[in-house]
Design a protein around this ligand. Structure first.
Ligand SMILES: [Zn+2]
Length: 346
């Protein structure tokens, strides 16, 4: 046994008389002990991790779907889960502040891995590990700041996963960390990641096609929540305004009037809200500016119910882009060819 937390191998039944009756290489009742325990935070991250680790680890998502990740406070269940975790994969960029604190306090001998895109992971880490994938993916020069995440506050927009290429980078990080922690399954993680990466490449091309089909004068995004900064940058669709102030409250009447003026002046055909966090403000802005209001976008949660074929990260991007591009007068048919079902194999 190389690691006390990875108890794979043979299990023997010891008879009361002292003799060994039978040994099995398939531990039965202790199956959970043979697996690493991996935690992650928001649902899109959990799904990206899942596509690499498949069913070979005990994976738990700490931040439940339909809960605001930005203001989430860890529960006793979070703490219990962290106390047994070998690895925690999270976004970083200050998104999951209180979860990070709980992880540092409750994970067994946590190694805080480097939090910069320039540094590489400590490959000799033996304790549990906290992997802030966002910090390993972008450096300060690539941070996006905006209305909800102003530079003055210092916290960049954390929604890196809305750019599928960052999601692909995360799958590589997961593959590398898991292959090091669980070398016996390295080829399993590698194959899963390769399939996921191939789908991400198709997704990225399809999103670009769909966004490019929007008439140039209608290619503008106004959304709530403010989650599309890296999407906007990747696909060249400008964000013309934001509705969610940096303290996650509602905008002031003055700000609402400014938004209405902006939507009118830009002739934006549709503005977008979240299915999970309805915004009465956006509804009002749309009504007064004569735009359509579509409350169907998601950023921190996955479409449909758990178990549905598109209840995946890729499904999230496909559904968002289909909704967005259609409402802005573009052609989203390129999204039909992107497989949204899971790519991991048992
Ligand atoms: Zn968010």
């Amino acid at each position: 046994m190389t690691s006390p937390r990875l108890l794979a191998g043979s299990v023997c039944v010891v008879l009361a008389a002292g003799g060994v009756a039978a040994c099995s290489s398939q531990p039965s009742g202790a199956a959970s002990k043979t697996r690493l325990v991996v935690d992650s935070t928001v649902a899109p991250i959990t799904d990206i991790v899942r596509q690499v680790v498949g069913d070979k680890v005990n994976l738990g998502g700490l931040i439940p779907e339909r809960v605001d990740s930005h203001t989430f406070e860890p529960s006793p269940a979070t703490v219990r889960s962290l106390a047994h975790a070998d690895v925690l994969f999270m976004d970083g960029l200050h998104l999951e502040g209180s979860t990070l604190k709980q992880a540092q306090a409750n994970m067994p001998h946590p190694v805080a891995q480097p939090t910069s895109a320039e540094a590489s992971l400590d490959a000799s880490a033996k304790g549990s590990e906290i992997i802030q994938m966002g910090d390993l993916t972008v450096g300060p020069s690539e941070y996006a700041f905006d209305f909800t995440f102003p530079k003055a506050k210092g916290d960049p927009n954390p929604h890196l996963w809305m750019n599928p290429l960052y999601a692909k980078r995360w799958s590589e990080i997961v593959r590398d960390v898991m292959s090091r922690r669980d070398p016996a399954r390295a080829s399993y993680y590698r194959d899963n990641q390769a399939r996921f990466a191939a789908v991400i490449d198709r997704l990225d091309a399809a999103v670009a096609d769909a966004v490019n089909s929007i008439p140039e004068d209608q290619k503008k995004l106004l959304t709530y929540p403010d989650s599309y900064a890296y999407f906007s940058r990747r696909y060249g669709i400008p964000i013309i305004g934001a509705v969610q102030p940096s303290d996650f409250s509602e905008p002031s009447p003055r700000e609402i009037q400014d938004l209405i003026a902006q939507v009118k002046v830009n002739h934006v055909p549709a503005i977008f809200g979240s299915e999970v966090f309805p915004s009465t403000v956006l509804e009002q802005v749309a009504r007064e500016a004569g735009a359509k209001y579509i409350d169907k976008l998601r950023d921190d949660e996955l479409p449909r119910e758990p178990g549905a074929p598109n209840h995946t990260y890729v499904g999230l991007i496909v559904e968002d882009v289909t909704t967005m591009v259609g409402a802005l007068g573009g052609d989203a048919s390129s999204m039909h060819s992107v497989p949204t079902a899971r790519t991991w194999q048992a």
